[in-house]
Design a protein around this ligand. Structure first.
Ligand SMILES: [Zn+2]
Length: 418
């Protein structure tokens, strides 16, 4: 007797495999991009149905689902059709689960929650503690990946599920793309907006060699770093409320320098009313049209954006001057690419710091530091680099290690499928 080989398929980054099959029913698993697993209790038959047997668990699987479709599931080709038919139902559920997980990962004991002062601070030549002013100056990075984790659907231009998808009954799926409106999707824009075949620029030559740099996590297994697509421009908008005098120029100068050292092309789309949020959506067609939302740069405060809340430490109050990060989408080979991000600048804390130091250069250096986070650079424990977590007042711009990392971050994979 021949040993049965169960069908398997991969569609848009989701893999379907079988625990057990009885031909017209069985138990299967679906692995999402990035590795999460859901279980399917499936049948071939009618009427079509879809239901949740076990809710997604932020600490475990992204759910167990019962599904019945009038589609066979015995060969690999049939498995592909079956999985494609399921995606309109399971993608939003996986997406919601992934967002929850990424938020948990960020805010629960992440080592990058760096309000904790590094002992090396005392050596940065800028003692922050003075009588009557127990002030510590700190950068903080919290990677804003929440709500930006998905969008693997964008791999296929004009995603169009088979008719079977429309036959699935309750609960009602979110908008299902149809042949008449192949672009309709609540999760991702029409792929390829402004995508070119070659990088739009190249990083400036490095002034020196240094290994004192690090990349933010968030890539696929084995991926050295996550970067923006260098083959299309990165747009940004500025929320100007609370901005200091000359704030717009400071941001433009920061992006110009970032472009020079990465080769990435940035385009200023002007102002926005959008407020910073850890739940910012990467695709906001009602506000920004059919493209990934532009990077948001916002002058804000800890009142409006509590992620910037100052932190009490044994050595005093640590101000969080800025927070920045970007969110990713998956591409064809499983790697992740940044699609948009957010830079939140703590205007009151920056003003306080500038007044304390007696000069305004704090603005430029904090913006440069946060913009490096935006494109994927992490902290280093080298206080002669701008990516040191706390401010070193005598550094006015990127140092050799910062630049070495940034040059690589300008040369990530092109991703026209997004
Ligand atoms: Zn930082």
């Amino acid at each position: 007797m021949e040993k049965e080989r169960y069908p398997t398929a991969v569609v848009d980054g989701f893999t379907l495999g079988m625990f057990v099959s009885y031909g017209d029913a069985g138990d299967a698993w679906v692995e999402a991009p990035g590795g999460g697993i859901a279980t399917l209790i499936w049948e071939t038959g009618s009427p079509a149905m879809f239901g949740e047997a076990t809710a997604p668990d932020p600490a475990g699987q992204w759910g167990t689902y019962r599904v019945r479709m009038d589609l066979p599931l015995t060969t690999d080709a049939e498995a592909e059709t079956y999985l494609r038919g399921l995606l309109p139902e399971i993608f939003p559920r996986w997406h919601a689960w992934a967002v929850t997980r990424s938020t948990r990962n960020q805010y629960q004991g992440s080592p990058r929650e760096d309000g904790a002062p590094a002992p090396a601070d005392a050596a940065d030549g800028q003692a922050r503690q003075t009588a009557g002013n127990n002030l510590r100056i700190g950068f903080v990075i919290v990677v804003v990946i929440a709500a930006l984790t998905a969008a693997v659907f964008g791999i296929q231009a004009g995603v169009c599920p088979p008719k079977a998808a429309a036959a699935i009954s309750a609960p009602a799926p979110t908008a299902v793309p149809t042949a008449a409106s192949p672009k309709a999707s609540p999760y991702f824009p029409t792929p390829g907006h402004e995508a070119h075949l070659r990088p739009l620029g190249f990083p400036a030559p490095l002034p020196g060699k240094s290994d004192s740099y690090a990349f933010l996590p968030g890539g696929a297994a084995g991926q050295k770093f996550v970067a923006y697509d260098p083959c299309r421009p990165v747009h940004y908008v500025v929320r100007e409320a609370n901005a200091p005098a000359g704030g717009s120029e400071l941001i433009q100068t920061g992006f110009a320098e970032l472009s020079r050292v990465t080769g990435l092309k940035f385009i200023n789309d002007g102002t926005t009313q959008e407020a910073p949020s850890d739940a910012r959506k990467p695709f906001q067609p009602g506000v920004y049209g059919d493209r990934w939302a532009p990077v948001l740069v916002a002058w804000t405060s800890e009142t409006e954006y509590p992620t910037l809340a100052s932190k009490e430490t044994t050595e005093g109050t640590m101000l969080r001057l800025g927070v920045a990060g970007s969110g990713t989408a998956g591409i064809r080979d499983g790697r992740r690419v940044y699609v948009t991000g957010q830079v939140a600048l703590n205007a009151p804390a920056l003003a306080e710091t500038a007044a304390y130091e007696g000069q305004p250069t704090v603005y430029g250096s904090v913006i440069a530091h946060e913009l490096a986070h935006l494109v994927g650079e992490d902290h280093v424990q080298d206080h002669e680099q701008l990516m040191y977590p706390t401010r070193n007042g005598h550094l006015s711009g990127y140092a050799a290690g910062d630049l070495t990392g940034l040059a690589q971050l300008g040369q990530g994979p092109c991703a026209p499928e997004l």
